[in-house]
Design a protein around this ligand. Structure first.
Ligand code: SAJ
Length: 415
């Protein structure tokens, strides 16, 4: 099989590499020359465990190349971003998906399979993608096999999850589904579940929406518990001992390019009906402001003014700052002229991020932990270096810390 992947980002690159690792000839296409050059020189451009080694392996084998242009292939996989539109309900922006489909049309031949892995609003395959290919003269399910197979891998564990997760293969017709299954059988060891395209679209969206709604519940619990003087983290631990309860973990908000984006694809298709989904989004997007309020209160109690932000990424052990609540909190605090705000994040290589741990802490009045990086599990902070030895851990990540430091999380806010 020859595969042409459109989009070499967080999903397209690991997917291309995984196919190549399993003997498929892969050409990966991206619009950025710097990404193409870097990959053809054997260097990945994103942080993901195991990915660099895998790229080196397939480059040695000679069955992967990156290119600005698509090529003829048996299978095409579209893995391009689907951001929110700038409209009232933040609907799904299909610009890149449609561009990708338009770009591959000149290379398509009878018998090819076209798979969209990008997360898309319900009915996109039927209402938006299929008409473009029909217009180009193809009969779907006979000439061209059209499939939605949503990516569902967790950043940080992509190389493992690509193989062992279940895959939902949703064809536009039954024949399309069968072709899609054949493609993923190349390396998937989880169950390959057959369905139609719209069920696949909605299932993917509901997975992330389920998580977003449940995190909203946990965030609300943290705020209510704080008002009532109850330890929210203990409540979660106790409640989760019930066999049918699984409360999620509160935090500084919900980020990334999935949970903070996808629920709107459902809301915008059914704004009057999707009330709980909408409210959960509101609760989660209000969390950064809540963290800023708590931070200001703590600083006022100690007459403090220097804040050291630990972690800017949307979650731990990744370098991704897209839709990151940590970035939002950092910017909000930075905009207040009476504070000095320093950011420290061993995963983020941006100029304004302080690289020296000691310098970041020096004379600080508060360490504000916003990402759950492993590096923050054991914090060796010399309390004498700080002006006020105070840590607010919004991710409950710290397990070991110097006794002289006052440590606060959602379990003991303001104690
Ligand atoms: N978060 C909480 N509390 C929790 C869990 C997460 O506040 O209990 C926050 C995280 O800190 C982060 C955000 O939610 O800011 C999202 O993180 P995540 O680890 O839940 O998920 P993502 O966005 O990295 O990946 C999700 C995954 N979806 C599900 O677990 C249902 C992944 O499997 C998907 O492939 C990915 O979205 C995607 O691409 O859609």
């Amino acid at each position: 099989m020859k595969l042409c992947t459109i989009g070499l980002g967080y999903i397209g690159l690991p997917t291309s590499i995984m196919f190549a690792k399993h003997g498929v000839e892969v050409v990966g296409v991206d619009v950025q020359q710097s990404i193409i050059d870097s990959l053809n020189n054997g260097q990945i451009h994103i942080e993901e465990p195991g990915l660099q080694d895998a790229l080196e392996e397939i480059i040695k084998k000679g069955n992967f190349k990156a290119s600005l242009k698509p090529e003829k292939a048996d299978t095409f996989i579209v893995a391009v971003p689907t951001p929110n539109n700038d409209d009232e309900n933040k609907s799904c922006d299909l610009t890149y998906v449609i561009q990708a489909i338009d770009n591959i049309i000149p290379y398509l031949e009878k018998g090819n399979t076209v798979i969209v892995e990008s997360t898309i609003a319900p009915r996109t395959m039927d209402d938006n993608v299929k008409p473009i290919l029909k217009e180009a003269g193809f009969t779907i399910g006979e000439d061209i096999f059209l499939v939605h197979c949503p990516e569902r891998v967790l950043p940080g564990q992509i190389m493992h999850e690509l193989i062992y997760n279940n895959r939902i293969v949703g064809g536009v017709t039954d024949a399309c589904t069968e072709k899609g299954v054949e493609v993923y059988q190349t390396f998937v060891q989880g169950e390959i579940i057959k369905t139609n395209a719209r069920t696949a679209e909605m299932s993917k969206l509901m997975e992330n929406t389920f998580r977003d709604v449940n995190i909203a519940l946990a965030n609300e619990l943290a705020k209510v518990s704080n008002e009532l003087g109850i330890n929210a983290l203990e409540v979660i631990e106790m409640a989760n001992k019930h066999p049918r309860v699984n409360l999620h973990t509160p935090g500084p908000g919900v980020g990334g390019h999935c949970l903070a984006v996808d629920p709107y694809f459902i809301i915008s298709k059914a704004p009057e009906t999707a009330k709980l989904i909408s409210l959960s989004r509101e609760i989660n997007t209000a969390m950064p402001e809540y963290v800023v309020e708590v931070t200001e209160k703590l600083l006022a109690q100690n007459n403090g003014s220097k804040i050291t932000v630990f972690g800017l990424t949307y979650k731990g052990n990744v370098d991704d700052i897209r839709e990151s609540p940590a970035m939002e909190i950092y910017k909000k605090l930075k905009s207040k002229i009476h504070y000095e705000v320093v950011a420290y994040d061993p995963h983020v290589k941006l100029d304004f991020v302080e690289k020296d741990f000691e310098k970041a802490l020096s004379k600080s009045d508060l360490v504000l932990i916003l990402s759950d990086h492993d590096e923050f599990k054991e914090l060796d902070i010399d309390n004498n270096k700080m002006n006020t030895p105070l840590v607010l851990d919004t991710k409950n990540i710290v397990k070991v810390i110097n006794k002289e430091i006052t440590y606060i999380n959602y379990g003991n806010l303001y104690k």
